[in-house]
Write a protein that binds this ligand. Structure first.
Ligand SMILES: [Zn+2]
Length: 129
């Protein structure tokens, strides 16, 4: 065990639809994605988002995808680079982006909408609906 990020600890996800590589050799195309981000990566993401959202999201994909089946038009494996992420079809990039949602976005979604949870001055849990 360690509290340090394991950059090889990844989850296998199937890309939408069937294999679209030349000759359809895979049945399904998949990608192995790292779901945990380091402190530095998360901070760097905020910084990059302030400069260019496009560049930041593409960088985020490129550092979290660690393996995939994708082949180029010549049947050669596509190297996982920011350029490759830029060149992905929208559907696949959006799928990966969703899997790899930055931690800030997750927090926002989990946060309760304002006004639905009034303060409970007595601290009595039974008053919660
Ligand atoms: Zn394929």
């Amino acid at each position: 065990m360690t509290r340090m990020i394991d950059r090889l600890n990844a989850k296998l996800v199937n890309l939408p639809g069937k294999c679209r590589c030349p000759g359809e050799p895979h049945g399904k195309d998949w990608a192995k994605v790292r779901l945990k981000s380091s402190y530095g990566e998360t901070l760097e993401l905020s910084e990059r988002l302030g400069q260019s959202i496009t560049a930041a999201l593409i960088w985020w994909l490129a550092i979290h995808v660690i393996e995939w089946t994708l082949l180029d038009a010549d049947g050669k494996p596509v190297e996982i680079t920011e350029q490759a992420m830029y060149d992905l079809e929208e559907e696949d990039a959006e799928f990966l982006q969703e899997v790899l949602e930055p931690p800030d976005e997750k927090k926002k979604k989990k946060a309760k909408p304002k006004g639905t949870d009034p303060p409970n001055p007595s601290g009595d849990p039974s008053q919660k609906s």
